[in-house]
Design a protein around this ligand. Structure first.
Ligand SMILES: Cc1ncc(COP(=O)(O)O)c(C=O)c1O
Length: 484
């Protein structure tokens, strides 16, 4: 493992983190004190009037008032007007430190000017789409195969969700086997077969409203990081159609919310080989964010297929794809100008000049500037600062980071354990509420987070920005019930 080439300077102590998280879910919740919360909510009423007005109007035309879940925030979504580097501005002119970074894609910081300018130049010439081949498709594919150790060929698609769908289809087409095993709690997009065991391990079809049973009948989950449980499922599958693929988020479900220990991936690789299943790394979050070689480069383990999204276009639209072994990926090309069984995939806007030039320039700039490493350093500073605040305030909360992906667990709703179903039923709603409030409190102090518990850093996060963020986190954490 080459520490310097990657944004993870030191792999977290997974055992200690898990012990802390177990204790956090065992203890009673410590939400923000009621009077303090009322003060935080007052901010939105007084200072975010334009956002509120726009949201009221949007609710008439857009289901729920926002077009995707990242944008939903309690008490109402902010309308964002301007983004630059580490900062966002809402339509009332309030400024925020941007620790959402669009959910992960913008390791260079928001709205990075050299990228924007090059995209504008290419789009100025060819427009955003022609439906025909553009040289930047080749440039981007070549670049990715150069960076990612396990990617010999790359197929560009429109989103991470599509990348996962394609990877699974290729795995089934190649192996002629049936089942796909995912780690419980992981997010692999919203395709029919993957809305299964989401957020909380063991929940199976809990969130599968509108999805026929047949669509998830060949999807299975195993408890996070439990290779014994995985092996047992693969043995059982041998007698009923076999395991086509095992798919994991390499840092652990939900971007490492339950972190995966070192050594896991090599053993997972062996297990897949033993059973003739393909190993899929979903690197939608980790791909290029933790380093140009992704998690596969960092852990030194080669998956058969790799799914891309987010960073692959530096935050520009149509961010997705799948890469991997030439023989497996070639199932997408069989039948094009030749013969053979073809795994069908498509997409009118897939791989257009806009997304391909954006990806090419974003990735070359990330390598040139060392953005993943700089973002990782900011993540280290942020996590260390949060740990110090938690200690000072005598709170049971848990903060840790895997480079530029920082977790601040206070309600630990996603860490509830279904092996104690009564507790889950009793506490799920209240813990969800608590984390929504935490996100609102942070926002009122000028910090945008992902759902109050995840923070993505970027190259634009200087020490000054992180220290300013920490002072704001301290204000909120000082108002938690029981805080010293
Ligand atoms: C690990 C992982 N896989 C897949 C996806 C789906 O990607 P998209 O939102 O581009 O469809 C996400 C999105 O957050 C993700 O985090």
């Amino acid at each position: 493992m080459e520490g310097q080439a990657y944004g993870i300077s030191k792999y977290p102590d997974v055992e200690a983190i898990n012990a802390g998280l177990r204790e956090l879910t065992r203890l009673p919740m410590q939400p923000i004190r009621r009077e303090a919360m009322a003060g935080y909510l007052d901010y939105f009423e007084k200072k975010c009037r334009r956002s509120k007005e726009l949201n009221e109007e949007a609710k008439k035309y857009i289901p729920g008032g926002v077009q995707h879940n990242l944008a939903f925030n309690y008490p109402f979504p902010l309308a964002v007007e301007k983004a630059e580097g580490a900062w966002l501005w809402d339509s009332d002119g309030n400024r925020y430190i941007d620790l959402l970074q669009a959910g992960g894609p913008t390791v260079l910081g928001s709205n990075y000017a050299p990228l924007r300018e090059k995209v504008a130049e290419v789009v100025g010439q060819s427009g955003p789409v022609t439906g025909l081949f553009h040289e930047y498709e080749l440039k981007l594919a070549k670049l990715i195969t150069g960076y990612m150790p396990a990617v010999e060929m790359f197929r560009m698609l429109g989103s991470g969700t599509e990348g996962v769908m394609a990877a699974i289809r290729a795995a089934r087409a190649f192996t002629h086997k049936k089942y796909v095993l995912k780690m419980g709690g992981a997010y692999h997009g919203w395709s029919d077969q993957m809305v299964y065991g989401m957020h909380i391990p063991g929940t199976g079809r809990l969130e599968s409203t509108g999805i026929p049973r047949g669509a998830t009948s060949a999807t299975q989950e195993f408890f996070p990081n439990d290779l014994g449980a995985l092996r047992r499922k693969m043995i059982a599958n041998r007698f009923r159609g076999g395991t086509a693929a095992v798919i994991v988020e390499p840092l652990g479900p939900e971007s490492g919310t339950r972190p995966t220990p070192l050594g896991f991936h090599a053993r997972l690789r062996e297990l897949c080989d033993e059973f003739g299943a393909l190993l899929i790394f979903d690197e939608v979050v980790t791909g290029f964010r933790i380093g140009m070689g992704g998690a596969q480069g960092y852990f030194g383990v080669k998956p058969d297929l790799t799914v891309f999204g987010k960073c692959v276009t530096g935050g520009y639209p149509m961010a997705g794809g799948v890469g991997g072994r030439r023989d497996v990926i070639s199932t997408f090309a069989a039948g094009i100008g030749g013969s053979g069984e073809r795994a069908y995939i498509g997409g009118t806007l897939s791989a257009n000049p806009l997304s391909c030039v954006a990806g090419y320039v974003a990735l070359t700039e990330m390598e040139r500037t060392g953005a993943p490493i700089l973002a990782g350093r900011a993540g280290d500073r942020l996590a260390a600062g949060l740990q110090a605040i938690i200690k000072k305030r005598c709170l049971p909360f848990v903060a840790f980071n895997q480079g530029s992906i920082v977790h601040l667990e206070s309600s630990a709703v996603m860490l509830l354990d279904l092996r104690n179903p009564l507790k889950v039923m009793r506490e799920m709603k209240a813990r969800r509420r608590m984390i929504e409030e935490m996100g609102a409190a942070f926002m009122s102090q000028g910090i945008v987070s992902l759902a109050g518990s995840r923070l993505y850093t970027s190259m634009a996060d200087t020490d000054e920005v992180i220290d300013e963020a920490l002072a704001k986190f301290d204000i909120v954490l000082s108002t938690v019930e029981g805080a010293a």
